[in-house]
Ligand binder design. Structure first.
Ligand code: SF4
Length: 362
């Protein structure tokens, strides 16, 4: 999805980190409780230190909803997260993304036209009333609205299993998008096998599947992935265990199934944080998730050694776009009375997306 971030003025790009940080501190003080800064776990430290709340995308959006006194919600995260916050907050609250180019490559792997086309093609060969669409939180607002309108729900990596149980109580089949790995890992944990799943390739007619495969599959998994989590491989676990036989491996469920099936523990960012806290002092823990969270856990848990499962792992490049210059710029614009980079979701999309989110919350 193309989004255009205007070039920042030189006074931000040429400034030292200390100068931009001083601007952030001054703007925060000037805006007071009208401002609420949200920091996703994968953000860099130079931004995270100014967040009023840290968390995953859904938790942060709910926190924004719980702070109606904040007219300005600055979401240090990526585009779909700011959309989710706008869906849940009140009209007087402006949700701001410091860099409009901060998208999510996984979320961009499924768009409304592709999903609508897939839905129509599936309807040609099976009873569409028995198919339940489920979208991961990491998707655009119009896809959340699509599932709301078609009897489905949103899920997070924490509640994916409960939502898939819910879906399969209501239908025979799930169309799960955009992350095939979360869908597969969750389905396998529920006791299904690879034979119950097919991957839907949106770039091929009928998803690249035979009609019989579409009919037979309980899970139609969208061919999407997270470029960061897909990098974690079984050989990383083998290498870590060779060096640390008593070490603990924890993977996010966006990692591929062959990796997840070898891990000691699997769970969302929230789970990972709790699992590190619960591990015995002196543990060495290798984590398969974005490296900023891994490094922060290592810094904040001095009695344990927390490392990335992939020694060569690179950060999420779109999360990385949010930096001190962009944060200083949006905040100083607010102090000057100008709202820049506001993310809005239209009322009809908001209404249906809320239906899908409400179903998730039961
Ligand atoms: S880590 Fe993966 S899922 Fe998260 S924002 Fe980056 S690309 Fe998207």
């Amino acid at each position: 999805m193309l989004r255009i971030q205007r070039q920042l003025p030189d006074r931000y790009t040429d400034a030292t980190l200390e100068e931009n940080e001083a601007r952030i501190v001054a703007a925060k003080a000037a805006l007071g409780e009208k401002l609420f800064i949200l920091g996703h776990h994968y953000q860099r430290d130079e931004v995270m230190k100014y967040a009023d709340a840290r968390g995953d995308s859904f938790r942060l959006s709910v926190l924004a909803q719980q702070h109606p006194e904040a007219d300005y919600i600055v979401f240090c995260g990526v585009h779909f997260m700011a959309e989710s916050a706008d869906i849940l907050t009140e009209d007087h609250q402006a949700v701001i993304l410091p860099d409009l180019n901060a998208g999510c490559s996984m979320a961009d792997m499924a768009d409304l036209d592709e999903v609508t086309e897939a839905w129509e093609q599936i309807a040609q060969v099976t009873d569409i009333e028995r198919v339940v669409p489920i979208t991961y939180m990491n998707s655009s607002a119009d896809l959340k609205a699509f599932v709301g309108e078609h009897g489905g729900a949103v899920c997070t990596s924490t509640n994916a299993r409960a939502i898939l149980d819910w879906a399969l109580d209501r239908g025979d089949k799930v169309l799960f998008f955009p992350d095939q790995h979360l869908g597969r890992n969750t389905g396998m944990a529920m006791g299904y096998t690879a034979a119950d799943m097919s991957v839907w390739n949106p770039h091929k007619d009928m998803g690249g599947l035979e009609e019989a495969d579409v009919k037979a599959s309980t899970f139609l998994l969208w061919k999407g992935h997270c470029s960061i989590h897909q990098r974690f491989r079984p050989e990383h676990i083998e290498a870590f265990r060779a060096e640390h036989p008593d070490g603990i491996v924890i993977c996010h469920p966006e990692c591929p199934h062959d990796t997840v099936s070898m891990a000691d523990q699997v769970g969302s960012t929230d789970y990972i944080i709790k699992a590190v806290a619960a591990a015995p002092a002196g543990s060495t823990i290798a984590i398969g998730t974005e490296v900023h969270l891994v490094n922060r856990l290592n810094d904040e848990t001095p009695d344990k050694t927390v490392i990335s499962l992939d020694p060569l792992v690179c950060p999420c490049s779109t999360m990385f776009r949010i930096d001190a210059p962009h944060l200083a710029w949006v905040l100083e614009q607010l102090v000057a009375g100008k709202v820049v980079n506001r993310i809005t979701v239209d009322p009809e999309t908001t209404e249906w997306a809320k239906v899908a989110l409400d179903r998730m919350l039961g």
